[in-house]
Design a protein around this ligand. Structure first.
Ligand code: NAD
Length: 292
């Protein structure tokens, strides 16, 4: 049977619309009299990979009117130094949000470090308090990548009610919170992971999906044979292969089956950064008790 070409999600366009809205709201905040939101970014040492992310965050933050404030600690920084930096930023009322960049020094646990933040300043939405809020359907500051997947689906007007959603990948920053968000949206949700793969059941689950989300970190792992005709396919993966960035989905192959598909790059990635900016705005709004 002839297959119509899928709709390719334009993540940059979605991100631009979100950023425009954040910029407008910051401009209007407090009738224009409030100081802008201030996002502190803690890094320990530098690497080419992390510099690219930090520079991008800094550029987009400035574009929307967020004061981006880099706090650079040495690569040799110990846990005490990072904790005291966080304590200082927690106590500083001019700092409305904090992000702890990866990688951290070897042996330092990112979850433990983030747990030291005041939850209302948690730009990435990954403090245990904010993750717990998802369970209660009260989350305002959401983990950025799962938030981006949900935003892509609403932007594409994908109805989730009762639909079969299969998520491949169960990390604490992507698959697990996303599964809760999908359940909150009344999707019938299955989460697969390495155990599913090792038992040989992965493809069978994937083929049932009306909406298939892949967040594994294995280039072009998902092929057309895994995909139900007409499925929506969301590729979260970011993999560097021969100096190119590719996703976890074999884009050309799966395009033969999908109705909507996200490309890599240019799909979920830019929306993730826009969710970060929206989180920073929401944190600011709540701290300043602003409406809207
Ligand atoms: P992770 O390594 O923490 O988790 C990987 C998950 O995949 C685990 O649940 C693991 O059990 C599962 N897995 C591993 N091999 C598998 C296999 N063969 N079959 C099925 N499941 C398997 O990774 P993560 O941090 O969640 O990131 C996943 C991917 O998403 C990476 O490519 C990462 O770069 C990307 N990512 C993208 C964004 C974004 O904004 N687009 C954000 C975070 C992560």
């Amino acid at each position: 049977m002839e297959h119509d070409a899928p709709r390719i999600v334009d993540g940059k366009k979605i991100a631009r619309m979100m950023s425009d809205s954040v910029r407008d709201r910051i401009k209007q905040a407090g009738g224009g009299t409030e100081t802008p939101p201030k996002l502190a970014s803690i890094s320990c040492g530098r690497s080419e990979g992390s510099d690219i992310y930090v520079n991008m965050q800094s550029r987009i933050a400035r574009e929307v009117g967020i004061d981006f404030f880099p706090v650079e600690l040495p690569e040799t920084a110990g846990e005490d130094e990072v904790f005291s930096t966080i304590d200082r930023l927690n106590a500083d009322d001019s700092v409305t949000a904090v992000i702890v960049q990866k990688p951290l020094p070897v042996g330092m646990d990112h979850d433990k470090i983030v747990s030291r933040l005041r939850p209302e300043k948690d730009a990435e939405g990954i403090h245990p308090y904010n993750l717990g809020k998802i369970l209660r359907m009260e989350a305002r500051i959401v983990p950025c990548t799962p938030g981006a997947v949900m935003k892509v689906l609403t932007s594409e007007e994908v109805d989730l009610y009762g639909k079969e959603v299969v998520i491949i990948g169960h990390s604490a920053i992507v698959g697990k919170p996303l599964s809760l968000m999908m359940m909150n949206a009344m999707a019938t949700t299955t989460v697969c992971h390495i155990g599913t793969h090792e038992k040989g059941w992965l493809e069978e689950h994937a083929r049932r999906a009306d909406i298939l989300v892949v967040a594994v970190g294995k280039p072009a792992m998902v092929k057309r044979g895994w995909v139900k005709p007409g499925a929506v396919v969301i590729d979260v993966g970011i993999n560097r292969v021969d100096n190119m960035i590719v996703g976890d989905v074999d884009f050309a192959d799966v395009s033969e089956k999908a109705s909507i598909i996200t490309p890599v790059p240019g799909g979920v990635g830019p929306v993730t950064v826009a969710i970060l900016m929206r989180n920073v705005y929401r944190a600011y709004r709540e701290q300043k008790s602003l409406a809207g």
